[in-house]
Design a protein around this ligand. Sequence first.
Ligand SMILES: *Cc1c(COP(=O)(O)O)cnc(C)c1O
Length: 408
Amino acid sequence: MKAYKDLAPSPRTIMTPGPVEVDPRVLRAMSYPILGQFDPEFTALMNETMSMLRLLFKTENEWAFPVDGTSRSGIEAVLVGIIEPGDKVLVPIYGRFGHLLTEIAGRCGAEVVKLETEWGTVFTEEEIVSAIREHQPKLVALVHGETSTGRIQPLAGIGQACRETNALFVVDAVATIGGIEVATDQLLIDAVIGGTQKCLSVPAGMAPITYNKRAEAKLQSRKRIERGLLLADGDDDPLLRPIQSNYLDLSQLQDYWSPARLNHHTEATSMLYALREGLRLVLEEGLDERFARHREHEGALIAGLEAMGLRLYGDPSCKMTVVTCIEIPAGVDGESVRSMLLDHYGIEIASSFGPLKGKIWRIGTMGYSCSKRNVLLTLGALEAVLLRHGHSLEAGKALQAAMDVYGM
Ligand SMILES: *Cc1c(COP(=O)(O)O)cnc(C)c1O
């Protein structure tokens, strides 16, 4: 039999828009002994996690819990739960993840209306609000922070327009949650999906979500086939449209997270420990302090990159704090630079997708990866690797500029 070596992943400095480095305290939490999923000690941890998620999402919603699976499991659970086949869904698209929302909504049987704008920019409030008034969708699905282009979409005014036209407003805040404020209630957002492996700095494997009474009402109106029982006599409504998923049936997930604890799936115990510890660390740091930390390191990174003579990609007025996109200089092989950084410095930065593939690099400053040490290391290594690739720049300026920002 072939002998497999011990698992020994190399230490890395991960400066991508996810997955990012995880706080050792979260990794430690994942190694704790398993509790049964109905053990009162475990259900108490579930309840604490829900309370902490309400603080993170800035909401009074009753429902705030994680879906097991990566972030898109949360997106899919929300959309498959509250989109009925035939519903009109408006998706403003300004990067790759807008296309993901479109694709999932389409699979839910929605009549999808796309609103597109050039990558590297975002929509004005008026553009989205007038599209809502024109198309009168049942639901608007929008990405808050687009990791593919490093842009952030302002959300003000959209929730109000949705209330006026009786639409539900769903926001993908996977990339922003824990790094940039997501004010769910204040912005009148009906459902929000967050991610663990980005600014929360917890491994991938859960998707925290929250939704309000408006979204729940839509969900409950569809909960016509009760937990796998056959239809009762006289309830053979041909318009009956049950939720097209068992694993991601939000009404059943909600029952599982309710005090009734109706059995659905087996909770991912170690991931729940990780999420609870990750949330505890976020709240211990303080939300405002955490957002300010992300802005500080972004500032130092940008100063260093610009001092190297590199150009940032995209409209600066809508740049997302936690992802910085850089135009790959002419004549430089972007993938070769990334490989040298990874193979020789243990530093990972990202490329991009679709129309931006080969044109930009993306550097994430998210969660535990967002630190002075990591920013300084990345700038120093990138400068050295660019010089090695024959790119001319004024050596030494990048780190000095970053150190100025840090007041060192
Ligand atoms: C990363 C990301 C996702 C997808 O997350 P997975 O965990 O890979 O499923 C969705 N939306 C946005 C904005 C993201 O950045």
